[in-house]
Design a binder for this molecule. Structure first.
Ligand code: SF4
Ligand code: SF4
Length: 424
């Protein structure tokens, strides 16, 4: 299962204490450079935890949960030390020792239940609603994996908004969220969140429209689509993740699925980089939709024109650039669009900077919002009309950054931009 703790601890002994990782950690920057919540500090704390010199406690947990598992440190480290991996394994040790505080324990329980039911926000009853007006086949070995984060992110946004605006105690919020699920009022809430739902779900409809225009017709599993379990992995619930990943693979095999196309790079990144270590024989090909579109443009050409001249800055999601390794394809596609001027931000491609998400937004919201503001300030340096990306968590955090900075720039999903540029 994953990497052994001994191997991880051995690798950490090669740390040169150079501090290159500190220069790129978005949460270190957002928390006033406090060493113990930066990558080098986490490395030292992990070794002390591994050697039994410090005990797992809720206070220690805070040091490891204030990491967005973004892997920016791994790109800078001369020894390729990945502190995201360190954080995930430290969280696992802390969970096993039952040392989470009551709120974080509740979050863990809610994630386990959500993933098992097929939707981390507990909205499995409405997750296939985005596809109700379109026809998608169900007999292809290639499947569009819609992702519960994309279909239900409106609920995540509601949670973050509530915490940000009212600062309610976490336990109260968790109680209310459990109550919503128990009373089965998800369908009512779904209507109440109409505008927010449309914002996230339209990118899924546009993905199918775009793929069909390119003569690619993937299936969709609808309510049978399992959650990929990314949240279990990042939260450190590794035993539950291992079991869940095996179940997901079994479902894919039974349905004859050989290839997945994703819009959410978090699911794509977890399938591509973690499933092979946790599932024996994992052999499912995983592509982001922008890779498929870029291939089609290179092979067959396709005319794209935005309706009016616009300046667009592209924010590489950590999971797209550093987990899936996809950095050229968004640029190939965006440069094909007439009327669109592409701006590169500071920190791009594999050196991209996290949007402030990575799960931190639900636990340490002030630090997460500061990180979002820092990233949006950078993205806005070339005065773009549009900030574009293709991850539901980046969308949420970038919108938060724009709102806090009171900027005019708009957030538009990459696939929506491409779809809006298709010639009629
Ligand atoms: S993974 Fe990202 S947030 Fe975590 S320590 Fe590394 S740079 Fe910081
Ligand atoms: S960049 Fe790598 S070697 Fe340098 S301090 Fe960070 S973890 Fe250690």
């Amino acid at each position: 299962m994953g990497k052994s703790l001994n191997d991880l601890a051995k690798k950490l002994q090669f740390c040169e204490h150079c501090g290159f990782c500190r220069s790129v950690c978005p949460f270190l920057e957002a928390s006033n450079m406090e060493e113990s919540v930066g990558p080098r500090g986490r490395k030292t704390l992990f070794l002390s935890l591994f050697e039994g010199k410090v005990q797992p406690t809720p206070r220690l947990a805070q040091k490891f949960y204030m990491c967005g598992v973004c892997r920016a440190c791994a790109v800078k480290c001369p020894q390729s030390i990945d502190i995201a991996e360190v954080s995930v394994h430290a969280r696992h040790i802390i969970i096993k020792a039952n040392a989470l505080n009551p709120f974080m324990r509740k979050v863990a329980n809610s994630l386990v239940k959500g993933v098992e039911d097929g939707d981390i926000f507990g909205a499995a009853a409405t997750k296939a609603k985005w596809a109700k007006n379109i026809t998608i086949p169900n007999d292809s070995g290639t499947v569009f994996f819609a992702s519960c984060m994309d279909t239900s992110m409106a609920y995540g946004e509601l949670l973050v908004d509530t915490l940000e605006n009212f600062g309610w105690a976490e336990n109260t919020l968790m109680f209310l969220s459990e109550l919503v699920q128990k009373l089965n009022i998800i369908k009512f809430l779904d209507t109440f969140l109409k505008r927010k739902n449309e914002f996230y779900r339209k990118s899924l409809v546009n993905t199918i429209n775009l793929l069909n225009k390119l003569n690619i017709r993937p299936s969709y599993l609808g309510n049978d689509e399992p959650c990929c379990g990314a949240a279990l992995h990042t939260y450190g619930l590794l035993d539950e993740f291992t079991e869940h990943a095996k179940k997901v693979y079994k479902i894919f095999k039974e349905k004859g699925i050989r290839r997945l196309i994703v819009h959410n790079p978090i699911c794509g990144g977890i399938f591509k980089t973690e499933y092979p270590s946790y599932v024996d024989g994992w052999d499912v090909e995983v592509k982001h939709v922008i890779e498929v579109v870029a291939e089609a443009i290179e092979n067959n050409g396709i005319e794209l024109q935005y309706p009016e001249p616009i300046k667009v800055v592209f924010h590489d999601p950590c999971y797209l650039a550093r987990f899936m390794g996809v950095v050229d394809e968004p640029r190939i596609v965006l440069k094909t669009i007439e009327n669109l001027e592409l701006i590169e931000p500071p920190h791009n491609k594999r050196e991209t900077k996290c949007c402030g998400g990575g799960g931190v937004e639900l636990i340490y919201r002030d630090v997460a919002i500061s990180a979002a503001i820092n990233r949006v300030s950078e993205l806005n340096t070339g005065n773009p009309d549009i900030i574009s990306s293709c991850c539901p968590v980046c969308a949420l955090m970038i919108k938060k950054g724009i709102k806090n900075l009171k900027l005019k720039v708009k957030y538009v999903d990459l696939i929506d931009l491409v779809n809006n540029s298709l010639n009629p």
